[in-house]
Design a protein around this ligand. Structure first.
Ligand code: ADE
Length: 244
C-alpha cells in the first residue's frame, strides 16, 4: 500500500509511524508512507498558505492553491487507472470506525490531506477529496493526529503486517462486540487469581466464557453495538440472562 500525507507538519509523524509494527511494515516494503510538505507548493513569495475567511469570522483558512497543486504533484506519480482514495481529516466528516479501516486497507493508494487553522478552502475539498473523515466528536488543532490514527488502524489490517493473521480475528470490534479480558502468567499474582476456566484446558468452556464476557462488557459499556452485531440464539439467551 502506498500512503501519501499532505501536511504542513511532516515531522509530526516521525514518532508515531516510525516505531514497532508500522515501522517494520515499512522496512518489509508492505507499506510505503511519504509525507509531502504543502508549503513547498505555494505560489506565494512569502510561502503563505492561509488567509482570512471571506464573510469574516475568526481564524484563518488554508488556501486552495498549494493544496491542489500538492495533490496534483502526488497524483501525477500514480499509474494510469490508479484511483486513490483522498481522505480529508475533518471533524465534519464521516466518523472513522473499524469497518472503514477494513475498507481502506484493501486500497492500493491512500492520500491524506491534513488541514490546520479553521480548515481548508471548500474548493480544494470539492476538487480532490473523495472522503471527509473524522476520528471522533471533538476538535483537534489539525489533521495530523487523525491521519496518524487512521494510518495505524488501516496498516495493521494489511495481510502480513501483524505477526499472526489471526491476531486480529477476535479482537474488539472484529465481530461487532467488545473483546473479552486477557490474562497471562502468573496464574496467581499477589493473591489475584486468573479465572479458573482459562486454566482448565477445556476449549469449549473457554470459548463460551469468552463470548459471555464479550457480551457482558458490550452490554455494560456499548449497548449500541449489540443492535448491529450478529448474535446467535445462544448469545441472545446469555444477554437475556445478563440483563436480569
Ligand atoms: N481535525 C480536527 N479535528 C478532527 C477530528 N476530530 N477528526 C479528523 N480531523 C480533525
Amino acid at each position: 500500500m502506498n500512503i501519501r500525507v499532505l501536511t504542513l507538519f511532516p515531522e509530526m509523524f516521525q514518532g508515531p509511524l516510525n516505531m514497532s509494527i508500522i515501522k517494520r511494515a515499512q522496512e518489509k516494503k508492505m507499506l510505503d508512507i511519504q509525507y509531502i510538505d504543502i508549503r513547498e507548493f505555494t505560489d506565494n513569495k512569502h510561502k503563505k498558505v492561509d488567509d482570512y475567511p471571506y464573510g469574516g469570522g475568526a481564524g484563518m483558512v488554508m488556501t486552495a492553491q498549494p493544496i491542489i497543486d500538492c495533490y496534483q504533484h502526488v497524483a501525477n506519480q500514480l499509474q494510469e487507472g490508479d484511483k486513490p482514495r483522498v481522505i480529508y481529516c475533518s471533524p465534519k466528516g464521516r466518523v472513522f470506525d473499524q469497518k472503514l479501516a477494513q475498507e481502506l486497507s484493501k486500497e492500493k493508494h491512500l492520500i491524506f490531506i491534513c488541514g490546520h487553522y479553521e480548515g481548508i478552502d471548500q474548493r480544494a475539498i470539492d476538487e480532490v477529496v473523495t472522503d471527509e473523515v473524522s476520528i471522533g466528536d471533538y476538535v483537534l488543532t489539525g489533521g495530523e493526529l487523525p491521519a496518524a490514527v487512521m494510518i495505524d488502524a488501516v496498516a495493521r489490517l494489511i495481510p502480513g503486517v501483524l505477526g499472526q493473521a489471526e491476531s486480529y480475528q477476535e479482537e474488539s470490534f472484529y465481530c461487532g462486540l467488545l473483546e473479552y479480558p486477557h490474562y497471562t502468567r502468573p496464574s496467581n499474582f499477589r493473591g489475584l487469581e486468573v479465572p479458573s476456566v482459562l486454566l482448565s484446558g477445556n476449549h469449549k468452556d473457554i470459548d463460551r466464557w469468552r463470548r459471555e464476557k464479550s457480551l457482558e462488557i458490550t452490554l455494560k459499556r456499548r449497548p449500541d453495538l449489540l443492535e448491529k452485531a450478529t448474535l446467535s440464539d445462544e448469545d441472545k439467551q446469555i444477554l437475556k440472562y445478563l440483563k436480569k
